[in-house]
Design a protein around this ligand. Sequence first.
Ligand SMILES: Nc1ncnc2c1ncn2[C@@H]1O[C@H](COP(=O)(O)OP(=O)(O)OP(=O)(O)O)[C@@H](O)[C@H]1O
Ligand SMILES: [Mg+2]
Length: 284
Amino acid sequence: MIRFERGRGRDKQYLDEKLKYSALFSQRRPLLDVKHIIAVASGKGGVGKSTTAVNLALALQKDGFLVGILDADIYGPSLPKLMGIDARPVIENKKIQPLMKYGLKLMSMGFLVDEGIPIVWRGPMVMSAVKQMLLDVLWSPLDILVVDMPPGTGDAQLTLSQQVPLSGSVIVSTPQDIALVDALRGIEMFKKVGIPTLGIIENMSYFIAPDTGKRYYVFGRGPLRQEANKRNVLFLGEIPLDPLICSTSDQGCPIVLEEPDGPSAILYSDIAKVLIKSLFLSKP
Ligand SMILES: Nc1ncnc2c1ncn2[C@@H]1O[C@H](COP(=O)(O)OP(=O)(O)OP(=O)(O)O)[C@@H](O)[C@H]1O
Ligand SMILES: [Mg+2]
């Protein structure tokens, strides 16, 4: 039984949606001509999911794959800012044409509402928005759809796992214990809904001093690698706390594009290669 977020279940419809959990697997339908859907998730907010999702998507694309990004964060969409794009998608015959930037197909709630307008929605509306962005967007053809998840283990996560067969999740955590606990909760949640964790990434692991090149483990050396090993989850790597990752994201041109040969971009590319292997080459 999934343990859902507490204190938000007053709405009957909301509860009903959640109780549909028992029918979870039967509702899953593959997206036509989309080979893999992967979710980039974490338990905790602000650990770098969106930054990781966007850079991984670009790294996957550099390896010759057709890639899209679905920003499933309804309350706090980041994709428009991260990709430097602010436009309205065209709707034709009740289907939404995803936006294109840097060769990626993109969809986000941020393309549908003006920046700064708060979205005050209950759970069922969030669920239906995520469903629409999955099923009513013309994603096809795609090799990989990367879904940038909101923090936590709530409505968006549940909708995604109910509607489509996910190939797996990539969990992002920072080294602090408090993030680790939530990351492990995220792994458990995906496990309960039958979605494998493709791997776990430690973000903001260390800082390299620009003057000396010395590595500083600012938040200490977290036990993430060991915890992943214990659970038979692949540890995909450590991404440094790099001011360039932050500034390139803020400027709407992620580091994998802006400084493709730099050390951080290379780390994202290495992780993308491991993901490609487990998505496309793991089965005989
Ligand atoms: N490795 C990194 N080095 C430096 N800054 C980073 C790194 N990763 C993320 N950041 C910065 O940290 C902030 C939070 O990142 P991001 O928005 O990707 O987190 P998130 O987990 O998606 O947050 P939310 O839970 O709100 O969706 C951003 O300003 C981003 O630029
Ligand atoms: Mg985010």
